[in-house]
Structures are given as C-alpha cells and as structure tokens.
Design a protein around this ligand. Structure first.
Ligand code: ZN
Length: 597
C-alpha cells in the first residue's frame, strides 16, 4: 500500500461514492439513511448487507464482511489494493503517478515473467514432440480417445518422451538458468542424478489461466504406472486452488452455466462435443478458493463428476462450498456411464444436452445420497434419515428457501410435510426462528446487538466495538476520551492498535473519517473488517442522550472489569494488587456523561 501517499489514496476514496460502486454490483434498496441488499460475500435471500452513504462504509450483519469502497472492490473482484485504487482513480478521473517498483518487487516481477516464458517454451516443446516421430505413442493415445486434430490443437496438447533430460536441455538452450529452472516445477535437481525432467513418458496437458497463459502442466502416464496423472507442483505462477482447467475457453462460452468435471479428458471431450463451458479442478478437490472464483464468474455450476463412489463423494464435498458463496448448483446424472466422455461416445451430444436439462438441484441430490445410507424399511433408520433431513434443512438460514426445500424434499421422498416441518423446527429452534416469523428488521438487529452486549467473549468484543465507535465519532476531545477509556481496556492487540489510530486521527485532524481509517488496513482483512464492525455500532440518532450515556457507561464498566480481572489473575506485588482491587471497587462510578457524547 505505501506506494502512494495517504493523501492521494484518500482523495481517490473520497471521490468514489460507495453507493454507486456497490450499487453497480449488488442490488440496493434505500431504507432510512442507509442502503440494504443481499450480501455478495455469503449466501442469503433476505438482505443483511448495509451500505452507509454518510460513513462511506459497508457492513454485513450476517457474516461480518465490511470495509470501505476500496476493500469492497478488492474483495468483490478479488484484486489487490493497487488495482482497486487505479480502477477507482480511473472512474473518478484522477491520474495516478507512475509508481516506481522497489528492488524486491522488480525482481519478483521479472522472475514471474521468466516463469511464464519458461512454461510457454515447455508447452511448445511438448507440443512439437507430440507431432514428431517420437510422439507416436502420444498421438495414438489421443486418437484412441477420439480426439480430433483441431481439438488437440485448441488445448495445446503435447507429449513428454522417455528422455530423462530432454526438456532441461531444451530450456537451457533457450537461455534459462539453473536458478530459474529450480523454481519452475519442470525440472528436478538432485545431488546424485543432477537435473531431471519432472515429466517423461506422458501425454501432456498445458494448464492455462484466464488470460490463456501457460502456468503449469498435467501429464498422464503412457500405459500402466503410477501416478496415473501427475501435475506441476505449485510455483509462484501456479496456484492449484485458484485456477480451473479449461477456463480460458469456458469463460467465453455462450452457455449460461459451467460444467464442472473431474478430469482434463472430461473437459476436452465435452468441448469437442460442443459443450465449451466445461472446466475441471487441477488434480485437487474443489476448494473454497474455487467456489469464490465461480462466484466472481457469476454463472451457476452443473457438477458432472464421475458416477462412481469417489465422484459422488467429491460432489458431496463440493456442494456445501458452492452453496456457501451463493452459487446455484445442480448435479448431472451420467448413469449408466461413468464419465462425460463415455456418455457422449455411447449416447451422443444431444442426449447429454438432455441430461443437462434434467440435472437436479444439489440439495435434492444430497438428499438422495443420504437416503441411500439408511435402510429405510427399519423404522429406527427411517427416523434417523428424517432427522438428518431436518437438520440439513434447518441449516438454511433463509425462511423462504428453507420452506421451498422442505416442500421439494418431502415430495421427492414421500414424507408428510407437517412431520418434517415439526422435526425441523425442533432442530432449528436453537439456531433460528421458525419459518413463520418474518426476517428481523435490520436496524433492530443492529440495535439489539448493541444493548444485548451478550455474555462471554463475544459480548466483550461487542462492548469494545461500541466504545471504539463512540471514541471515533464523539465530540469530546481526544484527551477526555483517553481519560475515560484506557488502552488496557481493549480486549486484544488489534483493538488496541485501532484505538490508538482513532486517537491519533482525532488529534491530527480533529475528527475521524471512518472510511479513511479503513484504507490504512485495506490489505489486512481482519483489521478492515473490524473497523467496519466498529462503525456499524453507532447508537441511533433519535435515542435520548441519557439512554446513550447509560449504554456506553455499562459497556465501559464491563470492559474495565474484565481488564482488571485479567490483571489480577496475572499476579504482581502486593502494592499493585491492592491498587487493582481499589480500582475494581470504583468501577460502579465509571461514567460516560451526556456531555461526552
Ligand atoms: Zn454477508
């Protein structure tokens, strides 16, 4: 972040209206002084995501996501601080000065470029080898799998022959040094054997990022042998958890969804059959990072995993991750065939198209799988199955959604709706209100979280946030605030740091700009979220000052008591202990007066 001055960052931020920037991506509705919408960072149908035009901040009461216009763009578009800043500057017509990279960055940048160039050269090497006399085995393999030459070309398929250092020597000839090769994942170095190619005797699948740059490889062994598929290790340009095979083509597909498959050959076979929206993870299970990636791509996902036990298991793991980020997800039934390739060979593309139409909702798919795990003719197991469904249904926090799934699941498995509803409410009572009651009002939610101040650690943190918010927005001078609220009252380092920062801002500028404070923490998600949480704790305008003073004083007493208790627990000499005990006795008189608000 420090490449640009704080003033410049602040100018860009203050000239970018958060309502406009968020509103272009999330549907917002005005309610009182604020705007509300469904949170783009977690799955929900009733809005708990708020945007405050006066504070220029956003905050989600559901998942705690929050920050200013910069962090919103960073998190929503998954870009870095610099990129977010330059996008906003562009919108606002502010010219950012060319920034000088420091030495470490320059080196990293140039190494990154070399890595990309090296992977690109390696892809050329494999590509030409496949089409040479020595690539016969690879050609035979791909032809045997029914790939046309143009498909092989579109995916840049290649071959690594049975030489142990063919690629190494080729890359050396292209001018790459051993140091560069060491971090590339293409060559292994060992004392005993020297440099050896990472891939040999394999057909090669270059893996490309969204911009069609080669970032790594997958290789399938010729004949028997282990491992069957080998992938490049992670390098500075190859992050398996954040890339998808085939995405450089699928992102341009006109189909309004993605087909998510297990393997490279599935993707290629589907593309060849006209399903150019197929992608696969890179030899790993789907991760939360992939789910986020899909969310940003903004299209629903149809899972086309193998129909065997492993495929079903993988689908069962992927579904909750996709649901978590609000991706609409269905599951395609490939039976009686094992994978998309086999299906299309036997039934053709049209039949596959039909299976896409028939793909079932992911929750119904899950319910089928759970059902298969119980012997339903046994009454005890039948009950256990019903309970399982009730528990899973109770996990949907949206009443409407929960209701719809309940209806669908009941009709699918022939369960009386009233029965399952009863079970679900019993299970869900602890977690949620019954579906009949309306979603709580947002301002009330904020309000409730304030005065409730809860028990235990969570309540303590809320109390600290309430007081930080007061410290930042109060009209009282920094000196007076310092007198009332001690740094030691704060429950942890990060709270202490933010408190210090608030006082500094107040002293320097006379007042605290909530959104400006976030910029300082833009690259530290935990802190920027906390700052956003703090500023969601404002006491309502129309609340009596007397009431405000009471709430603030209570919270202050609560924090002080906990801090003193901790100090006592950590021991010390007799004099210190006596002092703490004395202070403890005075807690009741601690007060934030109406004039301090
Ligand atoms: Zn949220």
């Amino acid at each position: 972040m420090p490449y640009y001055s704080e003033e410049l960052i602040e100018e860009v931020r203050s000239r970018s209206d958060i309502v406009a920037v968020v509103g272009a991506r999330v549907k917002l509705v005005r309610k009182g002084a604020n705007y509300f919408g469904c949170c783009p960072f977690h799955n929900e149908n009733t809005p708990s995501f708020s945007v405050s035009p006066s504070k220029q901040m956003y905050y989600c009461f559901g998942c705690g996501a929050g920050g200013n216009v910069l962090t919103f763009l960073m998190n929503y578009e998954n870009i870095g601080f610099q990129e977010a800043l330059s996008e906003l500057a562009g919108r606002a017509g502010i010219a950012l000065p060319e920034r000088e990279m420091n030495e470490a960055e320059r080196q990293e940048e140039s190494l990154r470029k070399r890595m990309l160039a090296m992977n690109n050269e390696a892809a050329r090497y494999f590509y030409h080898l496949l089409r040479s006399e020595n690539g016969r085995a690879g050609q035979n393999y791909f032809q045997g799998r029914g790939l046309k030459p143009e498909t092989m070309q579109r995916f840049g398929l290649g071959f690594a022959a049975n030489y142990y250092d063919g690629l190494y020597r080729y890359l050396k000839k292209q001018g790459f040094s051993d140091t560069e090769l060491k971090g590339s994942g293409l060559v292994r170095f060992s004392e005993a054997k020297g440099a050896r190619d990472y891939f040999y005797n394999r057909v090669m699948f270059p893996i490309m990022d969204r911009s069609s740059r080669v970032i790594g490889f997958g290789g399938r062994i010729m004949g028997a042998g282990e491992p069957k598929y080998l992938n490049s290790p992670e390098t500075m340009i190859f992050d398996k958890g954040r890339n998808l095979y085939g995405i450089h083509l699928a992102k341009n597909s006109r189909r309004p969804y993605f087909l998510l498959c297990e393997g490279y050959m599935d993707v290629i076979a589907l593309h060849q059959a006209g399903f150019d929206c197929a992608v696969a993870t890179l030899g790993t299970a789907l991760t939360a990072g992939h789910a986020q990636y899909f969310r940003r791509l903004g299209r629903p996902v149809i899972i086309c995993y193998d129909s065997d036990g492993a495929g079903i298991k993988a689908a069962m793991r992927a579904i909750p991750l996709l649901r978590e980020v609000g991706i609409n997800c269905r599951v395609l039934n490939m039976r009686p065939y094992k994978d998309p390739d086999e299906f299309i060979v036997h039934e053709g593309a049209e039949a596959f198209e039909k299976r896409i139409d028939e793909a079932i909702n992911a929750f119904l798919f899950q319910s089928d799988v759970w059902k298969s795990e119980y012997r339903l003719e046994d009454p005890a197991e039948r009950t256990a199955f019903d309970r399982k469904l009730a528990e899973e249904l109770a996990g949907f926090s949206e009443p409407m959604e929960r209701e719809n799934y309940l209806t669908a699941v009941c009709s699918r498995h022939g369960i009386p709706a009233e029965h399952l509803k009863g079970l679900m409410n019993a299970v869900g009572n602890r977690r949620y209100q019954s579906p009949e009651t309306a979603a709580p009002d947002l301002e009330e939610m904020a309000e409730a979280s304030l005065s409730r101040a809860g028990k235990g650690q969570a309540g303590l943190l809320t109390a600290a946030q309430v007081l930080l918010c007061w410290a930042a927005l109060s009209r009282a001078p920094a000196g007076r605030i310092r007198e009332l609220l001690k740094e030691d009252d704060m429950p942890s380092d990060i709270y202490r740091r933010i408190y210090r920062q608030i006082l500094e801002e107040k002293e320097e500028k006379g007042q605290v700009q909530p959104a400006a404070l976030v910029s300082r923490y833009a690259e530290d998600e935990e802190s920027s979220k906390l700052v956003a949480a703090v500023f969601s704790r404002t006491l309502r305008e129309d609340m009596e000052k007397e009431e405000k003073s009471r709430i603030l004083s209570e919270n202050l007493q609560r924090l002080r008591k906990e801090a003193l208790r901790n100090a006592l627990k950590s021991g010390g000499d007799a004099a210190r202990t006596a002092e703490l005990v004395k202070e403890m006795a005075r807690i009741g008189s601690l007060a934030i007066r109406e004039s301090d608000i």
